[in-house]
Design a protein around this ligand. Structure first.
Ligand SMILES: [Zn+2]
Length: 334
């Protein structure tokens, strides 16, 4: 009997020690074994109700890593939103990122990487930052921030933004210019849940909310001609940009540059402006752009989400603010 008790105590000690050793390194996000074989990973995607049950193939650089959704989302959160943001804003960001990833997987994935469900290229999928890089950036706040992000993922485990029962294209941007923009105004197709809504952030809460980009006339001409070789520029720079058609928030829908009519978003790309919400002033030998906000302006504004969180809104209220007519639930439903 004594022997049995001793064994039981010993077993408890071993279990405690195991738990402690795990607790000592709560931030180790290294996947078990990165796939470096070069063989295409299994094409079957395992979708679970919980993040830990959903396995993803994540292309990072040239390597496809297998990781569960929870691990992936922490990495996305490290890269996509400042960890100093309010907890409810971080949770809204996690649900949006989870939804975006599932939406992509359910709609044929990315043609660039048929053997991976997602990648770390922001021009294709979502940014991803591993723990070592994040820790180096966060310094003394690293462990506190990491725990905050992990909580945001765990507390929204498996939650997805749904429209007609399906995960939405949950796009987001850094800051908008008073209102967000509808998908139809910025891209080819409109979507009922990506409509223009008011957004509360402003110069007081957003760094570089207003930015200025100045181009020498020759520099401007070179950049524009690289994209539109047929453009022609008269001597008078004040005639270079005409016919600016702006939305109510100041975002440029279309304009004419050197005789070529194009979308404001395209000029934004050509000139690397922070957004398509701009005005322009021509001088004799230069053009100056005064820009408001940062990003494409569609879907959730991250700084807007943080402002709403400060006002006491929950992550669900924030998501339903920015994504019109959606519900938050499990996917697949059940
Ligand atoms: Zn991708």
């Amino acid at each position: 009997m004594k022997h049995a008790l001793r064994t039981a105590l010993l077993l408890m000690l071993v279990l405690f020690a195991a738990a402690w050793s795990l607790a000592d390194r709560p931030f180790d996000t290294t996947p078990d074994e990165p796939d470096t074989s070069g063989d295409p990973p299994s094409p079957a995607v395992q979708l679970g109700k919980n993040d830990s049950e959903t396995m993803l193939r994540v292309l990072r650089g040239e390597v496809v890593e297998q990781m569960d959704m929870a691990t992936y989302l922490v990495g996305v959160l490290r890269a996509e939103m400042p960890a100093s943001f309010e907890e409810e804003a971080l949770k809204a960001q996690v649900v949006a990122a989870r939804t975006y990833t599932l939406h992509k997987m359910q709609n044929g994935g990315a043609p660039r990487h048929p053997d991976a469900d997602t990648c770390d290229d922001i021009t294709c999928c979502k940014a991803y930052k591993d723990w070592a890089d994040a820790a180096a950036q966060w310094g003394a706040s690293a462990e506190v921030y990491e725990q905050k992000l992990r909580n945001a993922v765990a507390q929204t485990d498996g939650e997805v933004i749904l429209y007609s029962g399906e995960p939405i294209l949950a796009v987001f941007h850094s800051s908008s210019s008073g209102t967000t923009r509808s998908a139809g105004e910025v891209w080819q197709n409109d979507l009922p849940y990506l409509q223009s809504v008011a957004s509360p952030e402003g110069a007081q809460s957003v760094p570089n909310y207003y930015s200025v980009a100045r181009f020498d006339a020759a520099e401007f001409k070179t950049l524009f001609l690289a994209a539109h070789p047929d453009a022609s520029f008269p001597e008078d720079t004040s005639q270079w940009i005409t016919n600016m058609d702006c939305a109510a928030d100041g975002s440029v829908r279309t304009l004419t540059v050197g005789g070529i009519t194009l979308a404001g978003t395209e000029l934004r790309t050509i000139l690397s402006l922070r957004s398509a919400c701009f005005t322009t002033v021509a001088a004799e030998d230069s053009l100056t752009f005064y820009v408001t906000g940062y990003g494409h302006g569609v879907g959730m504004s991250q700084y807007g989400a943080n402002t709403l969180a400060r006002q006491g809104k929950t992550y669900r209220e924030i998501l339903q603010w920015y994504y019109t007519g959606v519900s938050i639930g499990e996917y697949p439903a059940g």
